[in-house]
Design a protein around this ligand. Structure first.
Ligand code: IMP
Ligand code: MG
Length: 184
């Protein structure tokens, strides 16, 4: 991301709202219901990938009514700006044993698929009762590794997006909607 000149420049990069607050809220409500219906009496663990998925996690958690715990991991593939470094690092891990849980990975966006594939394979080695992936956004046209989420709330075209937890250079996570980021 280029240096921010002033607040007009900062706001000017919010190009176009792709997904509104209302659309996000409705999709999350339906997803919460789906999780409720999958409940079989054994606990569910929602695992969120920081930082981007923390906003989605907070809203999804409150749409679930069955017994449910949360955990956090930190995995990074984008270190700054809009270009992937191509390296995935687990910088923070779960602190619980997941073998007695139905684990659902809660992700903000699947782009190349590298981050999620690595996290998914790592969690699978820990023998959860089941392992599923729910992502808020999916950019299938950008995939570099073979990976598919069990549920993608929205499929979007190949454009860098910001808001609702997603950043550009650590900014814009606080926007309540998903918008396209303008490089100009
Ligand atoms: P992947 O490993 O390429 O699938 O990258 C996934 C991670 O890259 C996400 O968890 C995001 O943090 C980041 N990312 C990918 N695309 C975007 C985008 O359009 N906006 C903001 N972050 C993105
Ligand atoms: Mg990010």
């Amino acid at each position: 991301m280029k240096e921010i000149k002033n607040i007009e420049d900062f706001n000017g990069r919010i190009n176009r709202i792709l997904i509104t607050e209302e659309e996000i809220a409705q999709a999350i409500k339906n997803t919460g219901k789906m999780i409720d219906e999958s409940y079989d009496g054994r606990p569910i663990l929602l695992v969120s990938i920081l930082k981007g998925a923390f906003v989605f996690m907070a809203d999804l958690l409150r749409a679930v009514t069955v017994p449910c715990e949360i955990g956090f991991m930190c995995a990074k593939s984008y270190y700054q700006g809009t270009v992937s470094s191509g390296v995935v690092k687990i910088t923070m891990d779960l602190d619980q044993d997941i073998s007695n849980y139905h684990v659902i990975i809660v992700e903000d966006i699947i782009d190349t698929g590298r981050t999620l594939k690595d996290v998914y394979e790592l969690l699978l080695t820990r023998n959860p009762l089941s392992l599923k992936v729910i992502t808020l956004l999916d950019k299938p046209s950008r995939r570099l590794v073979d990976f598919k989420a069990d549920l993608a709330l929205f499929t979007i075209p190949d454009h860098f997006v910001i808001g609702y937890g997603l950043d550009c250079g650590e900014f814009y996570r606080n926007l309540p909607y998903i918008a396209e980021y303008s490089e100009e």
